[in-house]
Design a protein around this ligand. Sequence first.
Ligand code: MIC
Ligand code: SF4
Length: 643
Amino acid sequence: MSASTNKRGAKMGKTQFAKIIEKHVGDGSTKPGDEIGLLIDQCLTQDSTGTMAWLEFEALGAEKVLASRVVSYNDHTSLSFKGESTDDHMFLQTVASHFGAIYSKAGNGVCHQVHYERYGIPGQTLLGSDSHTPTGGGLGMLAIGAGGMDVAVAMGGGYFYMKVPKVMEIRLTGKLGWGVSAKDVILHILRKISVKGGVGYVLEYTGSGLKTLSVPERATITNMGAETGATSSLFPSDQITREFLARQGRESDFVELSADPDAVYDEVLEVDMSSIEPLVAMTGMPDNVKDIGEVAGTHLDQVVIGSCTNGGHRDLRIAADMLRGKHVAKTLDCILSPGSRQVEQMLFADGSAEVLIKAGVRFIEPGCNACIGVGFVPGTGHLSLRTVNRNWVGRGGTNKGFLALSSVETAVASALAGHIADPRKLPEVQFEETDYVLDDLLLLQPEGPEVEIRRSPNIVAMKNQTPPAGVLKGSVLLKVGDGISTDDILPAGPLTQHLRSNLPEISKFVFYYEDKTFPGRAVEMQGGFIIGGDNYGQGSSREHAALGPFQLGIKAVLAKTFARIHCANLINTGILPIECDTAQIDLADELEIDISNLAHDKKLLVRNMTKKTEIPATPIVTERQVEMLKAGGLLAYTKKMAQ
Ligand code: MIC
Ligand code: SF4
């Protein structure tokens, strides 16, 4: 594609996003709104979505991975509180080795952190079966989160299809003051644009403020861009990126990349970093953001520091320096888990680990741990302040305790005080860089097809995808409100983490907090419909939020609007997403939807047999997805196309 022109015919520069997709278009078009088939250079899977992704990869019949680098991570349930997870890990280790992927062992850290440290390459594409895959954008990589099936296809060398998003420029100016950090920048952006503001966009960072942000700080911002609903977030690859890669012993991976100075964006958001104050997202949604002054003094029972958002050395070293010679409040529990083993080793090498332990911090091995509700589940009515990225009710492994989100600086000041506190009131701490520890001991290189894949009885292949009936019939089994997250559809944490490879068992937890009778009723009635509200399925890439309903026989989900990854997961699984006026449908209504002429550009009619009404509806599908649905889903379709 040549440089584009504006309405008057003048040449316009290209965005960084446009430059990357032009180099990776394998099918379709690069025009916003059109469908593109993207060539994927690298893939990552993690242990809670990875078992299904690898089972799906096997079901495709490929002999080995074809993407240039594939890494299977063990991070979400690395603590293996149940033996089933250990079984899953053995499967993941052997399946990766067998098919030619690198395996990151338990204790090596969270996929996103390890990936940008050791493998990310500016200008390349990365598809990961985790919604925070865009963390890699901190390095100038186009990193996108997707469901396991899309990742399985990409691992096998297939294209990743998506609607080409628009590009929002986020122009950073100024410089962060003491006590304010990258997390506050993304909380500020979330407050401005909300958890829906990034839907249909890539967020591209530019401006004079860029030079003040290191790669790990940029990665905090791109990580939590996922909470705006954005497809991805991108920082340029500049001198700061080069230095970071050099310190990782990977300077040869450096490629300079940025938008043209005259690039034209669909939207622009100006962010003056000098004016940002410490912020806290209170319980409920990541955009429930308050100024520190509004919430300071709120009692806390727990503080959790780490995760893929704030688990880097800069953050944890600052935490140690703020805590040096002090003690966390007696009334709360303070937990810290580094994002990676590299960070962990650096904290030991520079003495920070000892400082943290002396301060009364509980130092846990690198991994997702508390962030996904594996351990450290808050007590009844408790409030936990966390440096993670999600604070939905139920997220920490319970719906009885609550989560708030902040920077590391605010979390540490609060851990010292026993309540939410302003870090700017504490003496300023200067971050000192130390050498990166380069030790890839827990990153296992593949050995090849001679490796036997070990499977336990908990690993159950999914049932076959079959073409749908011409008319979908059934009753409305559940009606939910706006903003339903994948955690609402299928909670993570202690309830289900060990069942990620067992659909018949995990599907018993679908809508667990919403309505415990739902799975039983769905099975009894042999499926039916779910009615959702706005932004249905926001949040994680958790394919299980589609696979669980598929297992229970759900035929279609009708909502006001859908979140991107979940919508794709529904279609890949064989469930039709339909947008319509859901106010006209109630629980237990009998519906009939004729899909025999399903087309991407044709409306459908939802017949409400109970109310004797007809509701015009839009199937959220592309032309290719119509074919996919007719085949029964992505696996069946990919196999059919390969014949
Ligand atoms: C999350 O943060 O919600 C998770 C757990 O990392 C998920 C993936 C999963 O459900 O395993 C995600 O973000 O995609
Ligand atoms: Fe792990 Fe939490 Fe990051 Fe998800 S958000 S990858 S659970 S650390």
